[in-house]
Design a protein around this ligand. Structure first.
Ligand code: AMP
Length: 163
């Protein structure tokens, strides 16, 4: 059997700030925004979802979409809230495209400190990509999937999710 990178027992979290490890989730800056304790540039709100401009935009129009449900990472989100975010994300993208004039954009969603998550409240970045050098710039250091390992991995994932 190939390296067990996808076995739960082998997942090792990097050192994280204490609040990240707490359950229930500790108060974050986004909780304070949701409560109105600190201000933001609000873009959208419904019963389950809130969106506002990122305070440190990678490009003009960089927007954050967060659930009102307070969980740290996407895997902890309820189906109901996940559906609500999925419903509104494309609408927000269309609005951002129209208003900024940027035809292209990235959706970024970080989970865990090693994956560049800084605020431990689930959030989706909508980052307009007006030029090659502006917006999200990334190294896409791809490898090659071994067919046999791919077959084993897909089967393991399919079994886990019950698909
Ligand atoms: P991440 O690295 O995915 O956790 O991204 C967190 C994002 O939250 C960063 O892009 C920050 O600029 C943004 N951010 C942090 N504090 C605020 C704030 N008070 N208002 C708006 N955006 C914020």
């Amino acid at each position: 059997m190939a390296p067990a990178a996808y076995c739960k027992a082998h997942i090792v979290w990097p050192a994280a700030p204490e609040p990240y490890k707490l359950r229930p989730m500790a108060d974050t800056i986004f909780s304070k925004i949701l409560r109105g304790d600190i201000s933001c540039h609000k873009v959208y709100e419904d019963d389950l979802v809130f969106a506002f401009l990122d305070i440190g935009p990678l490009s003009f129009g960089h927007t954050l979409v967060i659930p009102k449900e307070e969980v740290a990472t996407l895997d902890l989100l309820s189906d109901e809230t996940a559906a609500a975010i999925g419903r509104v994300l494309p609408r927000l993208c269309r609005a951002i495209k129209t208003v900024t004039g940027a035809e292209q954009f990235n959706i970024l969603q970080n989970n865990g400190p090693m994956a560049h998550q800084a605020v431990f409240h689930v959030h989706f970045h909508i980052i307009p990509k007006p030029s090659v050098d502006t917006g999200l710039v990334m190294d896409w250091d791809s490898t090659k999937l071994d067919p046999e390992e791919g077959a084993r991995l897909a089967a393991a994932l399919s079994k886990e999710i019950g698909g």
